[in-house]
Design a protein around this ligand. Sequence first.
Ligand code: 3HC
Length: 305
Amino acid sequence: PVGAPDKALAKKVTKVGIIGAGLMASQFALLFVRRLQVPVLITDLDQARVDKGVAYIHDEIGKLEAKGRLDGDTANKLRSLVTGTTDKSLYADCDFVIEAVFEEVGVKQQVFGEIEKIIAEDAILATNTSSLSVEEIGSKLDHPERLVGFHFFNPVAVMPLIEIVKTSTTTEAALSTAFVVAKGLGKNAVLTADAPGFVVNRLLAKVMGEAARAVYEGTPVADVEKAFGPLGLPMGPFQLIDLVGWKVAAHVQDTMVAHFPERFYANENFHALADLDQVVEKDKGGRVTGFTKAADKLVKQVAGN
Ligand code: 3HC
């Protein structure tokens, strides 16, 4: 058990680096500029991906301006704080660098390996992994003690939680910085053990997996959704899968199956979300934009079996 970290140990964050410019990364890049008002760099494999991420952020700032949530000067200031680049050398003076790249341990190790050569020795590293071992992600670092898990939820602007994950070596300074940053972002942080799925995804994986299983057993998707209504959840399981992305949801499911086969039905040769993901992936490159379309496909697929 760990007590509340000592805030005095937190490092002042004056520039944030974000590795990855996908939807999740772009969402929290926006949150960093909006709440901390510090320069934020985002990077990705190529300029097209970077440009897409920056365009999303600019677009969201424009929407906030149109809603009257930001005045024109502030909106322009926030836009000017965001830099999209493929030049990783610009990360040299970032004091907090968070990654949101593909959910694969090797990929995350590789990007951190590259960035560690560039950043200062006392810069804090954070991973937005949704279910992988933070300890393993950091195991190839020269200084794994500076790595902390920092897991956002979708939609980042609205969901009030961040899971902060401590490994066996994470320093109090890294942990404390993570808590102070989370507070600065206006989020509630919980400290979780470095166990697969942390807290939230181990529960969600169950809900999503069982919902998919119900569909395989013959209940229409729409009825599964309706059945969840009285539980008071803001979204049914399939709508939630669509929100986080089928690929992400399937990946979390696979991670849980791999670690807890007895709890996640691996023995019955049933990898629900991975199977459902493939149904969708054929047409959509892994990302579904319309819940109804996805639901229709699933119902047809099940009917055809
Ligand atoms: N981006 C930014 N803002 C959004 C948004 C989005 N995608 N979706 C909704 N919002 C904002 C709206 O602008 C609105 O803000 P306002 O009140 O300031 O104008 C506010 O959220 C409420 O939106 P709505 O009234 O349109 O919609 P709802 O009341 O139906 O709420 C919801 C939408 C907040 C998404 C709600 O349905 C919800 O909480 N759903 C559950 C989400 C959830 O469980 N997320 C966790 C997913 S798991 C995960 O991410 C982990 C990963 O590792 C898998």
